[in-house]
Design a protein around this ligand. Structure first.
Ligand code: HEC
Ligand code: HEC
Length: 378
């Protein structure tokens, strides 16, 4: 991963761009695009422990572009991400700016981003198994550009495990070779050992005294300004209202009625085992009293077991519960679905991994409910 660029980020952007060999890359634009990814990958691309949020920070630009396109083309499967991030509509320019920005964020030295997971595994055994991987992924696990092999060090363990299981099941292709047999002889136990070693490799670069200074490329806007909904880019995916990532919103697609949206959200919630625990048709109530008002309904969802896990970790999470999605009409008469983004939870350093895993899963489930509502499909 390109550590030197992290320092470059500290100098003014204009200077950086003037000096950079890739003067055409717009890192500030990359940062802007990244807001749509941060919902699931974290604001610095740090990802979270668990299967649902790989780390993207510090991965090579070419790999990031290629991997992202594979989801759009359906070679790798993640329809929720493609829909929520509007990836069908992302321009090559934006994708390259984003990937350059992600590559420039090297988190390897910061204790705050050290990899932690609860998986079993013996790193000493894993070290021997890793000999098969070094030729492409590098002796230190930080990848080799000449082999197009991404770094594995600093990736979250559960995601690595899941990826290798996908390679074994041939639902994802390793090393661009459909006949690749690298993992055929690995048992789950071997994989745990391997991943334990990869974790040791990743955390080797951590410098206990390094303090993370977030890059500031975009001018910061006052966080409390509740921005008007962004100008509609039809079906372009999710809109993020402000830099603090507090609100995620999606416009209903053309032809989707209010009732379609509501029943799609209800069905999706049932599928995901989320209980609809509350429903308030506010505008309907007001209209019954003769008050003229834009449309507003609020839907509340909860999975009691997830709530339990989070509140045991820290009672403060009860204030986010139940998770809400509102269906609201803007001054132009357009209908929006909006929710609070739990990203602020999953960025926390203080949470044990199983809680972070729960938080990101709940966040992604709520996004799924919202996408179902916006598209009228489930
Ligand atoms: C709704 C959640 C969500 C959003 C939003 C999201 N992603 Fe993802 N992303 C995921 C998940 C889950 C995976 C892992 C999927 C898998 O196992 O293949 C992933 C994987 C990836 C990978 C592959 C990483 C690797 O190591 O191979 C790339 C690249 C990626 N996402 C790019 C993006 C970009 C670019 C955006 C924003 C424009 C974005 N994602 C937004 C959930 C999301
Ligand atoms: C001959 C070269 C080669 C060898 C040997 C190799 N890999 Fe890979 N590996 C690659 C390439 C190339 C990719 C990227 C493929 C892609 O674009 O999806 C990759 C991708 C991966 C990924 C996915 C990373 C991500 O971010 O999603 C994992 C996990 C992985 N390799 C693990 C291993 C392990 C563990 C070994 C050793 C047992 C190994 N590889 C050996 C070339 C190799």
């Amino acid at each position: 991963m390109k550590r030197c660029l992290t320092y470059l980020l500290a100098i003014p952007l204009a200077l950086l761009l003037a000096n950079s060999a890739q003067a055409s890359v717009d890192l500030a634009n990359g940062e802007r695009i990244n807001r749509n990814c941060a919902l699931c990958h974290g604001i610095y691309g740090q990802g979270t422990p668990g299967r649902l949020s790989p780390r993207l920070a510090g991965l090579p630009k070419e790999y990031l572009v290629k991997a992202t396109k594979e989801y759009v083309e359906g070679k790798r499967i993640n329809p929720l991400m493609v829909e929520v991030a509007g990836l069908h509509h992302i321009s090559d320019r934006d994708l390259h700016d984003w990937a350059a920005y992600m590559e420039s964020l090297d988190l390897a030295i910061y204790p705050r981003f050290a990899i932690q997971h609860n998986m079993p595994g013996n790193p000493a055994v894993g070290e021997r198994l890793f000999r098969d991987c070094r030729i492409c992924h590098g002796r230190d696990g930080f990848g080799r550009d000449d082999k197009d092999a991404p770094p594995l060090a600093l990736q979250h363990g559960e995601y690595l495990f899941q990826s290798i299981k996908m390679f074994q099941a041939k639902v994802r292709i390793h090393d661009d070779d459909p006949n690749d047999d690298t993992f055929d002889h690995f048992s789950d136990r071997d994989l745990f050992d391997l991943i334990a070693h990869i974790r040791v490799l990743g955390n080797q670069r951590v410098d206990r005294s390094a303090r993370f200074e977030p890059p500031r490329l975009l001018p910061s806007r006052p966080a409390q300004v509740a921005a008007a909904p962004a100008p509609p880019a039809p079906q372009a995916g999710l809109q993020i209202t402000d830099i603090t990532q507090t609100v995620a919103q999606m416009e209903l697609k053309p032809g989707v009625s209010i009732e379609d949206a509501i029943s799609a959200m209800e069905s999706k919630a049932i599928e995901l085992n989320l209980r609809l625990v509350g429903e308030q048709r506010i505008s309907q109530e007001l209209e019954a009293r003769g008050v003229e008002t834009p449309y507003l309904s609020i839907f509340q969802f909860c999975n009691p077991m997830d709530a339990h896990v989070m509140v045991v970790a820290n009672p403060i999470f009860s204030s986010y519960m139940p998770c809400r999605i509102s269906l609201v009409e803007d001054p132009q008469g357009k209908m929006w679905l909006m929710m609070l983004n739990l990203d602020m939870l999953i960025n926390s350093e203080l949470l044990p991994p199983q809680v972070v895993d729960t938080a990101i899963r709940v966040n992604q489930q709520m996004l799924e409910v919202m996408v179902a509502g916006a598209s009228g499909e489930f």
